[in-house]
Design a protein around this ligand. Structure first.
Ligand code: ADP
Ligand code: ADP
Ligand code: ZN
Length: 215
């Protein structure tokens, strides 16, 4: 199944993607995670991406789309994927459609998770990340041991872009450049809407129930 997760920063895309990926047995692909791995590894792409990410801006469409194209060629994508944080602009969505068409595939479901801006700053200020892709929250979804990942035991870290000023810029960009994708996919009859302000497990259940109905 080819799934896209759409929603503002902090909506819970990464959190839901981890569970969906384990349940549906398809890979979780996060462009944000790929960029962060490059930043950590000090690659040229990492250096370029960091400039945009730390100021809350989007990495240019051509760079981002190239990364997704090469990730899709990997074997584990054969039976589907959960795209988390891509596409984020209309040009990316168009390039993604073309890319999938060449592979004889298409987007099947778009899971749109909505949360009000006022909740998002609080959520992202308490977010803690693991380099394995797991995401925690100091109050809403704490790890079993403070500061340590439940899954891989690595130390959790705070993202450089999860500070209030940058969060506000990211929200502005979301409303301007990414939110039009809701209509783009609605027009194709693919969008399913979920209220991301409910508890994590409730949203997971609602998503899995809706996916069952599309089978
Ligand atoms: P996104 O990938 O959309 O940016 P995350 O999945 O990283 O969002 O979630 C942002 C923060 O909010 C994380 O700290 C996460 O633990 C927490 N979170 C996610 N979903 C919920 C929820 N339904 N209720 C409360 N907190 C949540
Ligand atoms: P969040 O879900 O909290 O907004 P992500 O981890 O998805 O964070 O993305 C972090 C940053 O990486 C974004 O603010 C942006 O700078 C960059 N990024 C991720 N995905 C894309 C994309 N599809 N297009 C452009 N930039 C992206
Ligand atoms: Zn981990």
């Amino acid at each position: 199944m080819q799934i896209i997760l759409l929603g503002p920063p902090g909506a819970g895309k990464g959190t839901q993607a981890a569970v969906l990926s384990a349940t549906l047995k398809i890979p979780h692909i996060s462009t944000g995670d790929i960029f962060r791995a490059h930043i950590k590894g000090g690659t040229n792409l990492g250096v370029l991406a960091k400039r945009y990410i730390d100021s809350g801006k989007l990495v240019p469409d051509d760079v981002t789309t190239d990364i997704v194209a090469s990730r899709l060629n990997e074997e584990d994508c054969a039976s589907g994927f959960i795209m988390d944080g891509f596409p984020r602009t209309i040009p990316q969505a168009r390039m993604f459609d073309e890319m999938l068409e060449r592979l004889g595939k298409k987007v099947e479901v778009v899971i749109n998770i909505t949360v009000e801006d006022s909740i998002i700053v609080k959520r992202l200020s308490g977010r803690r990340m693991c380099s394995c892709g797991r995401t925690y929250h100091i109050d809403n979804n704490p790890p079993k041991t403070e500061g340590v990942c439940d899954v891989c035991n690595r130390s959790l870290y705070i993202r450089d872009d999860d500070k209030e000023e940058t969060i506000k810029e990211r929200l502005k960009i979301y409303h301007k450049q990414t939110s039009p994708l809701v209509d783009y996919y609605q027009g194709k009859g693919l969008t399913m809407n979920f209220d991301g302000s409910k508890p994590i497990e409730v949203t997971t259940r609602e998503i899995l129930d809706s996916l069952k109905k599309t089978d």
